[in-house]
Design a protein around this ligand. Structure first.
Ligand code: CA
Length: 242
């Protein structure tokens, strides 16, 4: 088996870089298609890379919302302008006359941290809106329309120690209703504290590589090497590494 360090060195040389492996690696990273001069190999991942890769770091800890499954009731939720009733394990939100029915709940947050808001929406006879705010029923952190029965997943960034999630009917017609279930809110690990190896592991996974980090990285560099030598790796270099 070729050694990862040898393959990486040869791949970078084949791309025209010179110097030590770390010098070549930094020079190569600075040509990365997402732009900018990355600060690697430590913890900072450039914003452009995060956006381009859509890497979502893992959730931390349990759900922060209480009774998001509505097994027997809607305890923990506050309804305004409508009723919010558990029916067969789903919460049914029904407008009172001429008002937007909505139900909200506060959950603890830390300003600056990111949270993943997930759940299921069922369009009974009205569209829904998922909102998040520092005040009950507010929308400055999130206001996402739900126009069909679907699961939803949104990332919000908290700005205060308490955040409210609210579930809305997008209608003021009395008696209109929607169904909600499996509301889960989890903190996301701060991507700037995400270890470089973790990020690299996710990145290689996004390219289709599988297995342990070393396996992914070796396969990746072999491919870079292969590409950089016009496919000549196996012919010209395999005896040096195999
Ligand atoms: Ca349920």
């Amino acid at each position: 088996m070729p050694q990862l360090s040898d393959v990486r060195f040869a791949a970078l040389r084949a791309l025209g870089f010179t110097g030590s492996t770390s010098d070549m690696l930094l020079a190569w990273l600075q040509t990365f298609p997402f732009g900018g001069a990355p600060t690697l190999p430590n913890k900072t991942v450039p914003d452009a890379w995060k956006a381009a890769l859509s890497v979502v770091p893992p959730s931390i800890g349990p759900t922060l919302v209480q009774n998001g499954t509505f097994d027997t009731d809607t305890a923990g939720w506050t309804a305004v302008g409508g009723t919010f009733v558990s029916t067969s394990g789903e919460a049914i939100l029904t407008n009172q006359a001429a008002s937007f029915g909505r139900a909200s709940q506060a959950f603890p947050t830390v300003a600056g941290k990111k949270y993943l808001v997930e759940g299921n929406f069922r369009r009974v006879d009205v569209n829904g809106i998922l909102r998040a705010s520092t005040v009950p029923d507010g929308s400055e952190l999130l206001s996402a329309g739900l126009t069909s029965t679907q699961s939803f997943s949104h990332i919000i960034t908290a700005t205060a120690a308490t955040t409210y999630v609210s579930l809305w009917n997008n209608s003021t017609v009395g008696g209109n209703s929607s169904g909600w279930d499996n509301i889960v809110i989890t903190e996301l690990q701060d991507i700037d504290n995400y270890q470089r190896n973790d990020w690299w592991y996710e990145y290689l996974g996004s390219l289709g590589y599988t297995g342990q980090l070393n396996d992914r990285e070796l396969a990746y560099w072999l491919q870079v090497f292969q590409d950089a030598t016009g496919g000549a790796y196996s012919a010209a270099y395999s005896t040096a590494f195999d």
